[in-house]
Write a protein that binds this ligand. Structure first.
Ligand code: SF4
Length: 63
């Protein structure tokens, strides 16, 4: 499994990136300049679920 971000829900708060023990997630701008979570290093994911639990808008799922 790897984390999947729903860009329509993500507000780029960064709680997921801060919660991740292996720095899988970066926060960056999309084409419209809006901050979004980016799954930058999916191979480093250890499937702990911290990012899913940390997101206040439930924008991340593990799939
Ligand atoms: S499941 Fe855990 S290791 Fe994987 S991206 Fe989320 S916080 Fe990081």
């Amino acid at each position: 499994m790897i984390p999947k971000v729903d860009k329509n829900i993500c507000e780029g708060i960064g709680a997921c990136a801060e919660s991740c023990p292996t720095e899988v997630i970066d926060i960056g701008e999309d084409d419209n300049g809006a901050l979004k979570a980016i799954i930058a290093r999916p191979d480093d994911c250890v499937e702990c679920g911290n990012c899913v639990d940390a997101c206040p808008t439930e924008a991340i799922t593990l799939e």
